[in-house]
Design a protein around this ligand. Structure first.
Ligand SMILES: Cc1cc2nc3c(=O)[nH]c(=O)nc-3n(C[C@H](O)[C@H](O)[C@H](O)COP(=O)(O)OP(=O)(O)OC[C@H]3O[C@@H](n4cnc5c(N)ncnc54)[C@H](O)[C@@H]3O)c2cc1C
Length: 600
């Protein structure tokens, strides 16, 4: 056979796939895949976020979904060319279904599909008003009693939630709730965000004083409105707070600040939620069809219970309540925990002159920020990536195209290279007694984040203070009890303390469902987050996708949204389309609704 150029190979393959799918010939379509193959679908075929692993799962999905989905027009995406390297041919692709337009990514190995990503870009007939279709703003001509944009906005605010019910209520107005609401606004889905803090951005503003984002700017853009090119690489927390406040305003979101959601219940007959909120001290009942919990993975503090906490005479608080170091300049401080917050807080206290001891119970993964940026993120999220033509949307999709099942295989070499590059640094940390890990299978930070959302520190300086003894360290021990003026550790050490900070992490988002809805509903939907990797804090069985995030749950009308800025940006697109389709009455039969293996 003649060796074809990459475009030819991909076009032939897509042609064959399109023909087999149009003819309903599932076996012929599946034959175009490698034995070891993955098809990740974000909403187009499955109305779910789902990775089909291997031919059998792909075949099952197609048998269930092909007739409805009616895919067509498979081709290399407009303006793109396929490419080839190391025996893999890859290409951006586009296609349509009966109700939507899709975009995706394909990798071929030996002429057959190894990975396929299909994502929904827009619903036909419900496209966002962009470019040529953008709103006019001004209404040219003459009209009696016309209303201005401002009057229309004021009327909407006065009506929505009172004389007219929102289709969707989002509980939690951090970046997650805000990004999702921005997309729903463009899709014309009436939405209210309910946020107990006064203003957008407050969830960042209220965090400890020294906090700057740990992820760089290229990774952090919100939908529609990227940060300007002079935005700092690592946003200080109050600056990101201001950006979110501005964003909420210019994206015209219905944001109810100083409003706490007290409880919510679902009526299976009317298929409607009753959401009780307290707004500026007044109770209001909202009746949406869809309820999104965007209450944050890092918003439910895990406060440990130690004997003697009630008699301790100094200050003690969870890291989320830590006001910063100013009050503790000459204090003896014990910080319990050894992840991001613990390190940031210890470093800021040391800078202020406090005498600080970190208590590390078990191993922590440390990666230097510049190594992570250069070896972990640069190809997709960096100035170099931007200069070489990489867009945020493409970077997100390339990332999404790597199936979770094999993602660690791509990550292990990155962290091996980081270990080699920073070998001296790690040696010095170990010498200081710090207990290190690199993830259960050496796959490093990002897999830890996806699997358990904890267990690491991106080093921006605190590790050096630990290595040189400026921040004292007690490792491999737990807290036994507190006395009036000290912390007693399990090895008998007594640490005098004026302040104890519990940097002990956050509870699962599932806890919010229990608090706001009921234990029954929380148990019905099960654990939120994690992949089922059977690694520490992420018990099996394998789920293939993050549990309950951005996709249908076992509770009709209940959704979870959140994650880091990258995830909020990327997955809000697919959650917004799922909600819009439901509002428009488009059939959304979910393929492979996840089973519940673990309660919260
Ligand atoms: C110290 C620290 C550093 C971090 N650094 C980064 C980083 O560099 N990059 C990154 O992407 N992420 C980072 N994160 C993760 C960060 O938590 C999330 O990215 C971000 O806050 C998640 O946004 P969210 O909207 O999902 O949740 P949150 O920002 O936590 O927002 C949830 C909101 O829900 C509200 N809420 C909860 N219950 C109710 C209720 N009953 N009624 C009304 N409102 C309610 C809360 O007030 C809160 O504002 C960090 C987190 C911490 C703690």
């Amino acid at each position: 056979m003649l060796d074809k150029a990459p475009n030819g190979k991909v076009s032939d393959l897509l042609d064959a796939l399109g023909k087999a799918l149009s003819a309903g010939e599932v076996d012929r379509a599946v034959d175009l895949f490698q034995t070891d193959c993955y098809w990740r679908d974000l909403v187009t075929f499955t109305w779910n976020i789902k990775t089909m692993e291997g031919k059998e799962q792909i075949s099952d999905m197609l048998k269930a979904r092909l007739a409805d989905t009616r895919p067509s027009n498979w081709k290399i995406a407009e303006g793109e060319d396929a490419s080839e390297a190391d025996g893999i041919t890859e290409s951006w692709i586009q296609f349509e279904t009966a109700v939507a337009r899709g975009f995706g990514h394909l990798r071929l190995k030996d002429g057959r599909i190894w990975t396929l990503l299909t994502t929904m870009s827009e619903l036909k007939g419900h496209e966002e008003p962009l470019g040529f279709d953008r709103p006019m703003g001004a209404k040219h001509g003459a009209e009696r009693h016309r209303k201005t944009w401002k009057e229309d906005r004021e009327a909407e605010s006065a009506e929505l939630g009172f004389s007219r019910q929102p289709y969707c209520v989002i509980v939690g107005g951090g970046q997650g709730g805000i990004a999702l609401a921005a997309r729903l606004r463009q899709l014309n889905v009436p939405t209210i965000i309910v946020e107990k803090n006064q203003k957008p951005g407050d969830s960042w503003r209220k965090r400890y004083k020294s906090l700057c984002l740990h992820d760089p700017v290229w990774y952090d853009h919100l939908p529609y409105l990227p940060f300007p090119r002079n935005w700092p690489v690592f946003s200080p927390k109050d600056k990101i707070g201001d950006w979110l406040e501005m964003y909420t305003k210019v994206m015209e979101l219905n944001y109810w600040g100083s409003t706490e959601c007290k409880k919510a219940s679902y009526d299976e007959n009317s298929r409607e939620w009753t959401v009780v909120v307290q707004r500026d001290g007044k109770e209001i009942i909202l009746k949406p069809k869809q309820l999104v919990l965007a209450t944050g993975m890092s918003a439910k503090p895990n406060m440990p219970k130690f004997e003697g906490m009630d008699i301790f005479k100094g200050d003690q608080h969870h890291s989320s309540q830590h006001p910063g170091p100013d009050k503790y300049k000459n204090s003896k401080v014990v910080v319990i925990g050894s992840n991001n917050s613990a390190h940031d807080i210890c470093a800021a206290l040391w800078e202020a002159g406090a005498d600080v001891t970190m208590v590390q119970r078990s191993t922590t993964h440390i990666v230097k920020s510049d190594s992570l940026m250069e070896l972990g993120l640069a190809a997709l999220y960096s100035e170099q990536a931007v200069q070489s033509g990489m867009t945020t949307a493409k970077a997100d999709l390339i990332f999404a195209s790597l199936p979770y099942r094999i993602l660690h295989e791509f990550q292990i070499p990155v962290y091996n290279a980081i270990r080699e590059r920073d070998a001296d640094f790690y040696k010095r940390l170990e010498k200081a007694g710090f207990l290190l890990d690199y993830g259960d299978d050496d796959s490093g930070l990002f897999m830890k984040y996806l699997r358990r959302g904890s267990g690491y520190y991106i080093d921006v300086g605190a590790s050096e203070l630990i290595a040189n003894g400026s921040i004292k360290l007690k490792s491999g021990v737990d807290v036994k009890r507190l006395t009036e003026h000290s912390v007693i550790l399990s090895d008998g050490t007594e640490l005098p303390a004026d302040l104890v900070v519990y940097a002990t992490g956050y509870g699962s988002m599932n806890g919010w469902a229990a608090d706001l809805i009921s234990k029954e509903v929380a148990d019905k939907v099960g654990k939120v987050w994690g992949l089922g990797s059977n690694t520490t804090k992420d018990p099996g069985p394998w789920e293939g996708e993050q549990r309950n995030m951005w996709k249908p749950t076992q509770q009709e009308g209940l959704w979870f949204h959140g994650g880091n800025l990258h995830q909020s940006r990327h997955y809000s697109q697919f959650l917004s389309l799922q909600l819009k389709a439901r509002m428009e009455g488009i059939a959304t039969p979910v393929h492979g609704l996840q089973k519940v293996h673990h309660l919260g």
